[in-house]
Design a protein around this ligand. Sequence first.
Ligand code: ADP
Length: 625
Amino acid sequence: MAKKQFKSESKRLLDLMINSIYTHKEIFLRELISNASDAIDKLCFISLTDDKVGLSREDFKIKITADKDSRTLTIEDNGIGMDKDDLDKNLGTIASSGSYRFKQEMEKTDDVDIIGQFGVGFYSAFMVADKVEVYTKKYGSDTAYVWSSTGADGYTVKETDKDSVGSIVKLHIKDDGENENYSEFLEQYRISELIKKYSDYIRYPILMDMTRSKVKEETKDSDKPEYETVTETETLNSMVPIWQRPKKDVTDEEYEKFYHDKFMTFDKPAKIITTSVEGVVTYKALLYIPSKTPFDFYTKDYKKGLQLYSSGVLIMDNCEELLPDYFRFVKGVVDSQDFSLNISREVLQHDHQLKTVANTLEKKIKNELTSLLKKDRETYESFFGEFGRQLKYGIVSDYGMHKDNLKDLLMFYSSNGEKLTTLSEYVDRMKEEQKYIYFATGENTQTISKLPQAEMVLSKGYEVLYCTQDIDEFTLQTLQSYNDKQFKSVDSDDLGIENDEPETDNESTDTTLKFVRDALGDKVNEVIASKKLVSHPVCMTAKGGISFEMEKYFNTMQPEAGMKAERCLELNMNHPAVKKMTELIGTDDDKAKTYAQIFYNQALLIAGLPIEDPSGYADMVSSIM
Ligand code: ADP
């Protein structure tokens, strides 16, 4: 019988499949099962109005059979089937636009890794089989046919015997090569694994005979139980995805089990979000906010994204476009019939519908976090402890364009107490005359709470936010203000506070300041009479927008850049020790210089900055003592 040739573009696709060295060959099974499911959909639809079909909804199924002896794998369905014309049209030419697009992409890039992102269709069978036969009988037709092909040299179509309507796709699995294992596709465990992975939510049962070793019933209770090999037909897919089931029918344990199984997590989610949207794009989503940072979260191995399904069939494992970076910790699935199996990653990236879904999901996540903060503070605080840094990154990224969206999710430690506070709570506690939201930076809450320069602000009864993470200060700088209240570092000159300390003698102050400046040379940029200090003699503040914490941060990141904050030594002119130095100027300048050096070193120590000569400093202190 004469062989028919494939249409030229099909031939090229076929070549790609036959010669594919692609590591994800396994997706052929997903493709063939999806085809079977589509074929069943069609007949199932007809059966609603046509009694002659003789099948009801629960009669439809897909059967998988693996035979190691003949090295064949068959996928059988009782769907609509194909007649001679269909076989020519559907299996002789590229039928779907998805496969066609795939071929075009491949010719452009030769990047085989994109295969998995496409509905590559029927021809993907040739990645694992050197011969494919399709036995099929169309609903309403009397004749059955067998389509057969070994690939490149074309295909034949012959009449055959087949009683029931539907198709059997029979793959003759390739022999194993040096580096290639095809036999795995004949192993029952491997097949069932693939079905779980890709086709778990196909709406019809996928059946396979599973052979297992079981304890013999009659020896169950004896000391020496005997085993027997039993073969039973099992349904391998769970059919109804958990996110498609009504929320009231699913227990928290089931949701959690799914979270653990699907995403290989171990923590109890801080929040489980279910959502069902009907509109421009119709979709269901099941999202999880973890309570623990995944071990690889801050490495490049961590993959952000949600799983994207199209009517129960997995089309993308990590669809990054569905989540903004600052919510990259969210795990979950989105299922929408509005995305076709045939969509490629490249096309998805610019897909309007995907953007719509991403936007509504983002709002949903934000709202859920807000409500968690309101209703379950403890859980939110521990969530924030794990992922707060990510939200802060969100604020400083993209030139601060997300700041309004995220600012109410932020929390900081403050002088108000042990607990974290939100910005809105801070503002609520502000005193009537208080102009600014004050913040101070330092290594930890302990050291910040003791910073001399915070003293004045604190003595007025004003609260100070403690910036303990390197990102905190950037975050506040990006925000600039909250509810029209500007953020102000306690280092600033202008703290917006009327200083009610007694006036100091201006002339002697000027002399003292000049003396200290001369004594310290270029170690400091400025020496000033402080308006902030109350009980402490000195402090070092940073001028010009770069704080000491930023200096430390940048110097660990990029030591060679030698970033340095401007150092301003502030003296408390009313402090007895400073007064003593003032007295010494002109009478014992050497001793006054030692005072200046000691003050300088003390200020460095308090600011958490290294002192240049610790033993020299110790000697100076001893000499005065
Ligand atoms: P796609 O499924 O993306 O349309 P395929 O190359 O996978 O492309 O399949 C081509 C066509 O062959 C399908 O559209 C369908 O019409 C037909 N087909 C494939 N498998 C079956 C099957 N098991 N039963 C009936 N028709 C099938």
